[in-house]
Design a binder for this molecule. Structure first.
Ligand code: PFF
Length: 538
């Protein structure tokens, strides 16, 4: 009997989401995170505002949505964690994966020759895995990536909690960038504070995951996501009613293409991946708890919509306020942690602490719902593969990820306490890394994410096959994947003649074309550019 069959026999019925809304809110909770409220506003600020937003929206629709649908359908079809999902469809190596392994092996050797030791070793390891395990390798990557992301996500999650508490106790009432910087340093670079906060954040994630899919993740998401929307609306109303706020709205919504570079376009694509939580197994995992009556097409669209709306809303909460007090908008990662408290103080008077607290509570909630999904990937793998009980799987996953995460936290600004590790990593990967935090961020976002995203789209498009995948999509979606796209756009979805046109372009067909061609090509371009191998004239 196959290992999958054995597993299914030995484990009880798989937990399922209570309803479509629960699934959509949990998946939207995963997508809506620091990426939306911390990263999106500052990269928009640095890349020309409205034009960047427009390109981002196009990337979300053309690449993000198709891959999101791939992941959810893969997980629902297999009803397993990411590794199990790949294994169910492609159980072992084939001639194709062995040839791919050879190519990876040659690439690895070439990299060693060109002294890119770390990357060379990674390629060699991937080639060995592909040779012996075939497509499961992409599943391994889908487990490893959230692990690495959560390690440093927990660091920032800890900062959000500390800032929220500091806000409540009126400790964010500074008015100059110097004071803001000193406070940030005190929080981020005092190991006792930063590690305690990180552990607190991880415990909250662990506590939720421990109670399972329906009683933990779904319940918490149903409560926290509406709260997040409420907080955002409060902040937007505050922001747009300030004097000169229209400059901020204008900046966000009016595209000025002269300010957009090719780098900005590629960044938008990479950020779409990160923000939608795709390419890392989280949505395969969440999809695996979905029953066959749910509509994946509609859910995917809803999740993408919610994530995008929150990003735009975060921009509307932040930019009008920034413009109103005349602060610079291109302050990079510091925008949220350093500039925003100054702004809230200046607009809020003696209520500055209140606005800061609302803002950092919002950020903490966003981080928490995403952290939960990152942890769930590892827990799901331990439960499905190692047949652990959810409770102990959660305990071990939280413990190990927190331990690695503490290294990110204590090395955030100063590597000296981890000197041996630093030297080892520098020797392997070259280049001066500022910290383990930077390394985890860079490696996961620039390398692991696009590679596993590419693996997923190639796998669904060419190995599992779009025809099998569309069959899965039809379950619960009825004829939606077969609706003629143009008939739908024209409002003629139910018109029999428009539907039966010979030159039809159904939603399923369009999706298939994007999964097989557009998304992989787009990802390869972004990847080659982000590792510096493709120069497209920036
Ligand atoms: N989408 C989250 C954000 O925008 O912050 C980050 C994230 C969460 C990435 C969960 C991946 C994931 F599995």
């Amino acid at each position: 009997m196959s290992s999958n069959g054995k597993l299914a026999r030995e484990q009880g019925p798989r937990e399922q989401w209570g309803g479509s809304l629960g699934f959509v809110l949990a998946a939207a909770g995963s997508a809506v995170g620091l990426g939306n409220i911390w990263r999106f506003p500052y990269i928009t600020g640095e890349n020309g505002g409205g034009a960047f937003v427009l390109v981002y929206l196009i990337c979300v629709l053309l690449i993000g949505l198709p891959i999101m649908i791939c992941e959810i359908s893969l997980g629902r079809f297999a009803q397993r964690d990411p590794v199990g999902s790949f294994a169910k469809i492609a159980p072992g190596p084939t001639i194709g994966t062995r040839m791919l392994a050879m190519i990876l092996f040659l690439a690895g050797i070439l990299m060693l020759i060109f002294a890119r030791v770390g990357l060379g070793l990674v390629f060699l390891a991937a080639s060995v895995s592909f040779f012996f395990h075939g497509w499961r390798t992409v599943g391994y990557l889908c487990i490893l990536t959230p692990f690495v992301i959560l390690a440093y996500y927990g660091t920032v999650g800890g900062w959000t909690i500390t800032y929220f508490l500091k806000g409540v106790f009126q400790g964010l009432n500074f008015s100059t960038p110097q004071e803001a910087d000193a406070t940030f340093r005190q929080i981020a670079d005092t190991p006792k504070i930063a590690v305690t906060a990180q552990v607190g954040f991880m415990l909250l994630c662990g506590l939720t995951v421990r109670f399972g899919v329906r009683n933990g993740i779904e319940l918490v998401s149903k409560f926290l996501l509406p709260l997040l929307f409420l907080l955002l609306i409060i902040l937007i109303v505050r922001g747009v009613t300030l004097p000169n706020a229209s400059g901020g709205v204008n900046f966000l919504l009016s595209p000025d293409f002269s300010k957009l570079s090719t780098g900005g376009v590629l960044l938008a694509m990479g950020h779409a991946f990160y923000s939608l939580s795709i390419g890392m197994g989280a949505l395969i995992t969440y999809g695996s708890y979905l029953d066959s009556k749910k509509n994946i097409f509609a859910s995917g669209l809803m999740i993408v919509l919610l994530d995008t709306v929150v990003a735009i809303m975060a921009g509307l909460a932040i930019f009008p306020a920034v413009f109103s007090v005349g602060m610079p908008i291109d302050q990079g990662p510091d925008l949220v942690f350093q500039i925003m408290p100054i702004i809230f103080n200046s607009i809020g008077g003696s209520f500055g602490w209140f606005w800061s607290s609302v803002f950092f509570l919002l950020l903490a909630i966003a981080a928490l719902t995403s952290g939960i999904s990152l942890l769930e990937v590892t827990v799901c793998c331990l439960v499905d593969h190692f047949r652990m009980k959810r409770r102990s799987a959660t305990f071990w996953a939280t413990l190990v990820i927190t331990a690695v995460g503490v290294l990110c936290t204590i090395s955030h600004n100063d590597w000296s306490s981890l000197e041996t590790l630093r030297q080892w990593i520098t020797q392997l990967f070259g280049g001066a890394r500022n910290s383990m935090f930077d390394l985890a961020d860079k490696v996961s976002s620039s390398y692991m994410l696009p590679i596993s995203g590419l693996g997923i789209s190639l796998f669904v498009g060419w190995v599992w096959g779009t025809s099998a995948a569309v069959r899965e999509l039809r379950r619960g979606a009825g004829p939606l994947p077969d609706v003629n796209f143009f008939a739908l756009l024209a409002g003629l979805k139910d018109d029999p003649i428009a539907q039966a046109g010979t030159h039809t372009f159904t939603l399923g067909m369009i999706w298939g074309i994007f999964v097989r061609f557009i998304a992989p090509i787009g990802i390869v371009i972004v990847f080659l550019h982000s590792v510096g191998w493709l120069d497209i004239g920036l």
